[in-house]
Design a protein around this ligand. Sequence first.
Ligand code: XIL
Length: 346
Amino acid sequence: ATSLKTAYQQDFLIGAALSASIINQADPQLVTLIARDFNSITPENCMKWGEIRNADGSWKWADADAFVAFGEQHNLHMVGHTLVWHSQIPTPYLKIKTVITSAKQPCRKKCRSTSPPLAGRYKGKLHAWDVVNEAVDDNLKMRESHWYKILGEDFIYQAFNLAHEVDPKAHLLYNDYNIERTGKREATIEMIKRLQKRGMPIHGLGIQGHMGIDTPPIAEVEKSIIEFAKLGLRVHFTELDIDVLPSVWELPVAEISTRFEYKPERDPYTKGLPQEMQDKLARRYEDLFKLFLKHADKIDRVTLWGVSDDASWLNDFPIRGRTNYPLLFDRQHEPKPAYFRVLDLK
Ligand code: XIL
């Protein structure tokens, strides 16, 4: 095959998250590459509430409109990201938490005042929406977001119903990280079952898929695909990337203050990725795509969280200023060995 999207056209969509700067700069080489390899796009940031609303409540649609125009121009499947999330929201929304902690009505109103205009503006143009993002916390309980504190789990039910009302044809997803691992997977399944029992309109489960070079094991990822499909939902990998740098998450809680500090030993590949790691990354991608192919009947889409390593958020998360190598294209926008492994599977 000559490109990822043609290689996998019988299996699932191949997507990429695009930043506003990729769209606005429109570097011809990068645009050609995107149109050649990918048939689905997700906005990396420009549809988040904090990006589309000014502090005074007015709207700024320019980047989101440009994203949709780009998708239409290149005939791409488009995913909206994201309608209700606890993060990247404008500050006035955070203030409501302290002002009206027990007042449900204003909170619903806030939800209604942003989600429907956002979903409605692109009705019929976006094919899917990440309706609710990251509602389950690392402690496996519901995340104590301001939405949850005020409305309880009902905020999810309301968000999906609202989205369905506004754009009845859109494919509606619940999206979260680490749900391809045991623990958060089971907690998420229980939550979805409770909501499905109430008749909530949901069509897909978005596994973000921010993975490590060794974890989770492929068998864990497989279990999640199978279990989520059993809920009657389509499975999407929505933000796939593979972190090759030393993880800080397993550091003892006592060292929490040093966890997110930059230290040279946490940034070992500033001069390039050694061959051995390059091969390991390629094998990891190959193993994952083999698994995706095995379950292609359950999977609608595999989206990478970015196009090339230079622009990946993992250079700055969870520690700022590192040199990471999580994607299929390198800093010069050339395909990496991992790209060819994925391509050659077909
Ligand atoms: C990230 C973006 O990639 C960064 O540019 C931004 O600074 C923070 O958010 N889960 C999600 C995505 O659902 O929206 C996040 O994107 C990555 C984690």
